[in-house]
Every structure is written in structure tokens, then in C-alpha cells.
Ligand binder design. Structure first.
Ligand code: NAD
Length: 472
């Protein structure tokens, strides 16, 4: 199983600089990580190419066993990884630990699903044999964000590896120490060259995805980056899977308990300080319960601000972006019922915020806001709520809270998003997967179907040969 890679590792030229990270809770410096340069990125892809024949020829069950080893390594280092995650991104320790354990569990799922992934036997001519079979692509570039860094990376990496691909991972520049440590653990548990990490920012991601030796680019991150990656891949011919941004609507119907609806709205808007791709981004509440809902949302939001349930934003750059969107909404006539102000002091804290009077044209409603902001718009009917929710360039997910089966079914049918949640801001059964719509990405970024994204299907037709006659 060991693959020999004869090439020499290039020396780091240092011409790409380094990334310095500060703790978003305190502003204290965590440390610096060197960015990979062009030669190092090229070298990683070459090594991955050289490791591919050996890894793809390894029995799938053996690859599954290797994934269990990776999961064991993560679980063994879970406290260390979670502490690093909290220090670099501010993600609460319990949530960081949950992310590491979720990542390990995803690796175990793919360890089991990969070896039983099937081709099909086909009903052809009776004397022939016809079947399809999945084959690995080659080298997969996995480019990931910081908001749930271990869990997100494990899904893409696990599916790629178990199908026989080799992987070069570019973790987020906002948690580079975590990225390096995560990479060390995985690399140590796999044959040489099968998994590697290149550190750096968007420039390094760009260097990686431009490589001719990359067969698949799997990107989780913003829609702006996703579009750039799709353009580059159109030139290199790489297959692309993109899980990108969202601007998820929450519709609150007239017949639900306003207090429960407010709790769901707060959870959807403020969990992980609003830094989740499927955070609630726009709230459309029916006029009949709007006053009660807003009173309850204000009370619930104050509880979020008081109870230590809210971590800081990942850095001041993101806080400035969130604040700019809130300021623009206030300038255009919205009202902040809670929060809406950058606090004094160190770190990049931002309070849970409720805005009312939000109109469809405001940036807070048209763009993803990666922060703890709940922008509310009051609507006259369920139809008006659906119409407003549909009018969006993203298509990741949406939630509807309703007691009406007719309205629930209508939302499920008419909302142009990958995931529709009815009567729960978060949740879903294992195995559920969907392709994001519109500017939210392309392909299956998770679930069993990700195994199809990480493999190419071959169809085989085998006829009966005519043998030459024996010469007497
Ligand atoms: P980002 O796109 O800025 O960064 C993600 C990764 O892409 C990083 O590793 C970054 O260095 C890299 N990158 C940046 N520019 C690149 C380029 N030109 N070429 C190649 N790689 C490049 O996103 P982010 O700010 O780290 O993450 C937040 C975004 O991710 C939000 O929009 C969020 O909704 C989205 N997200 C989506 C999902 C999902 O499943 N849909 C999950 C988590 C996060």
C-alpha cells in the first residue's frame, strides 16, 4: 500500500508571505503560518498524481479501514483540535468539539458507504455482459472555509479518498494552525502522497485549482469564490463541486405560536454567531402575528446576548462587513430593536441584532450576512411571503413555520432551494442530500451522492468472442 515518491521537496522560497492570526475573543496573536508558494503547490499536486495509481488500486475495503484510522486520529486529538478551532475562529468550545466529532463520524460513514458503492448490472443481449462501474477521477483539490472547518473538510476528503482519489487540501487562511494540525494527523495515517495540505489564502487556493494535474475541485465557501473556481475549472476541465453561500428565508405563517417561532428564528439567525451557510438570513412574518412575534424575538435575542451562547465573529474584517450591511439598512429606514452597534473593547464581538422594516431592495435582504442579524419584513399573506422568498439569487435552503399542510406542501414545491425545512430551523435525517440552486453552488457537496461526484461512471459491454478454429 505504501507509495514511493521519488521527487525532492522544493525549498520554501518565502515569496508568498505568511498569515498571522489573532484570537477573535481577545485580539491576542495566536501565531503565523507560512503560505505555500507556487513550487510547493505544484509539488503537492505532482506527489498526489504519483500516489494515485497505488491508492486507486488499493481494495475499497482497505481504503475504508484507512478512513476509520483517520477518524480514530481525529477523536484522539479532538480536545486539541477543538481548542485550536476556538482560538483561531472564536467558535464556542462545545461547538468546536462537536464539529470534530461530526467530522470523525462522517469519515466513518464514508468508510462504510464507499466499499458498498455499486455499479449496475444491465439487461443487454442474453449472451453479452453489460455493467457500469465507478472509477476514481485522480487528484481532488479540496478547498474549505473556517466556519465549521473540520466537519466540512472531513466530508469532502472522506468521500474523495474512499473512492480511490488522492487529495490536496487547502484549509482556510482564517484557521491555518488548525488546518496544519488536522493535515498532520491525516497525512500520518495514510500512505505517502495520498493526502497533503497546502496552507495559504485565496491566492494559494487559486494556484492549486489552476493546476492541470487537478481532476476535481471541491469547494465550500463564498459564492464569489465559487464563481471564480468554476471559471478556472472551465479552462482546466476539472469537475467542480461547489457548496457556496446562502440567503435563506424563514417564513412565519399566521397560525403558529409566536414565541416558538421567535425561538426558531433566533436559533436560525444566531447559532455560531450567524456564521453558518444555512443561517436564517431573511424573515418574512405574517402581519396577523407580527407584533407578538417581534416582542418574543426581542426577548429571545436579549437572552442570546446575555447567556454566553454567542461567540465573536471570526475577525474584524467580517465584523466590518456585517456592520456595513446593518448601517446601510438603518440608513435606508430599517429599525434596530436589539443590537446593531459594534461594541467597544478587544476582539471582534458583535451582538445578536433584530432589524425591522427591512425592504427587499436592502443589501441586508439581497446578500448573505455572515453574522448574528435577524432582518424582519412583515408581509400580508403567505403568498406574499413565498413570492418574497423566491425573489433571490441564492438557492441554498429555506424554512417555513406553519400549521397548514397546504402551505407546507406549497413551500416544499415552490421554493427554489436545495433544502426546505418545515417547522424546524435546523435538522434533517442522515443520508439527506441536495444540490444547491443558483448562486449557492453546484453538485452534491455531502451525503451518499457525494461518492458519485467523486467518481466517474464507466459502462462496459462484453460480447462473446469468435475463436479461431484449431489448426489440425
Ligand atoms: P471563501 O470562499 O472566502 O473561502 C473558502 C476557501 O476558498 C478558503 O480556503 C479560501 O482561501 C479559498 N479561496 C478564496 N479565494 C479563492 C480562489 N480565488 N481560488 C481558490 N480558492 C480560493 O469563504 P469563507 O469566507 O471562508 O467561508 C464563508 C462562506 O462559505 C459563506 O458564504 C458560507 O455561506 C459558505 N459556506 C457554505 C457552506 C455550504 O455547505 N453551502 C458551508 C460552509 C460555508
Amino acid at each position: 500500500m505504501t507509495t514511493l515518491v521519488p521527487q525532492a521537496r522544493p525549498g520554501h522560497t518565502g515569496d508568498t508571505g505568511s498569515i498571522t492570526i489573532v484570537d477573535p475573543r481577545s485580539g491576542e496573536i495566536v501565531g503565523s503560518v507560512d503560505e505555500a508558494d507556487r513550487d510547493e503547490v505544484g509539488y503537492a499536486v505532482d506527489r498526489a498524481r504519483q500516489a494515485f495509481p497505488g491508492w486507486s488500486a488499493t481494495a475499497p475495503a482497505e481504503r475504508g479501514t484507512a478512513l476509520h484510522r483517520l477518524a480514530d486520529a481525529l477523536v484522539g486529538a479532538a480536545d486539541e483540535l477543538a481548542a485550536l478551532n476556538e482560538r483561531e475562529t472564536g467558535k464556542l468550545l462545545g461547538d468546536s468539539l462537536g464539529g470534530v466529532m461530526a467530522g470523525a463520524s462522517t469519515l466513518r460513514q464514508y468508510a462504510e458507504l464507499g466499499p458498498v458503492h455499486r455499479g449496475t448490472s444491465l439487461l443487454g443481449n442474453r449472451d453479452a455482459a453489460d455493467w457500469t462501474t465507478p472509477e476514481p477521477y485522480g487528484v481532488v483539490a479540496v478547498v474549505t472555509p473556517w466556519n465549521d472547518p473540520v466537519a466540512v473538510a472531513c466530508g469532502l476528503i472522506g468521500a474523495a479518498l474512499v473512492m480511490g482519489n488522492t487529495v490536496v487540501h487547502k484549509p482556510s487562511e482564517r484557521c491555518p494552525h488548525l488546518g496544519v494540525r488536522f493535515g498532520e494527523l491525516l497525512e500520518a495515517a495514510l500512505p505517502s502522497g495520498v493526502f497533503q495540505t497546502v496552507s495559504g489564502g485565496g491566492q494559494v487556493g487559486s494556484l492549486l485549482t489552476e493546476q492541470d494535474g487537478v481532476d476535481v475541485v471541491a469547494h465550500v465557501g463564498s459564492s464569489v469564490t465559487g464563481r471564480k473556481i468554476a471559471r478556472v475549472a472551465a479552462l482546466t476541465g476539472a469537475h467542480v463541486v461547489r457548496e457556496n453561500g446562502g440567503n435563506d428565508a424563514l417564513i412565519v405563517d399566521a397560525d403558529v405560536d409566536p414565541v416558538w417561532a421567535a425561538e426558531q428564528a433566533a436559533l436560525g439567525s444566531f447559532a455560531n454567531a450567524g456564521q453558518i451557510c444555512t443561517s436564517v438570513e431573511r424573515i418574512f412574518v405574517h402581519r396577523d402575528i407580527a407584533d407578538e412575534f417581534l416582542d418574543a424575538l426581542v426577548a429571545e435575542t436579549k437572552r442570546w446576548n446575555d447567556a454566553g451562547r454567542l461567540g465573536p465573529l471570526v475577525d474584524r474584517r467580517l465584523r466590518d462587513e456585517v456592520d456595513a450591511q446593518v448601517r446601510a439598512a438603518l440608513d435606508a429606514g430599517a429599525t434596530a430593536l436589539v443590537g446593531g452597534q459594534v461594541p467597544d473593547g478587544a476582539g471582534s464581538w458583535y451582538p445578536a441584532t433584530v432589524l425591522t422594516g427591512c425592504r427587499p431592495s436592502m443589501e441586508i435582504m439581497t446578500e448573505e450576512t455572515f453574522g448574528p442579524v435577524a432582518p424582519v419584513s412583515v408581509v400580508d399573506s403567505f403568498d406574499a411571503a413565498i413570492e418574497a422568498a423566491v425573489n433571490d439569487r441564492y438557492g441554498l435552503a429555506a424554512t417555513v413555520l406553519t400549521g397548514s399542510l397546504v402551505h407546507a406542501n406549497r413551500a416544499a414545491r415552490d421554493l427554489p432551494v436545495g433544502t426546505v425545512k418545515i417547522n424546524a430551523a435546523f435538522g434533517g435525517a442522515p443520508g439527506g442530500a441536495a444540490q444547491p440552486r443558483k448562486d449557492s453552488g453546484s453538485g452534491f457537496g455531502y451525503g451518499p451522492e457525494l461518492l458519485d461526484e467523486m467518481s466517474l461512471t464507466k459502462v462496459v459491454h462484453q460480447g462473446v468472442p469468435v475463436l479461431r478454429k484449431a489448426v489440425s
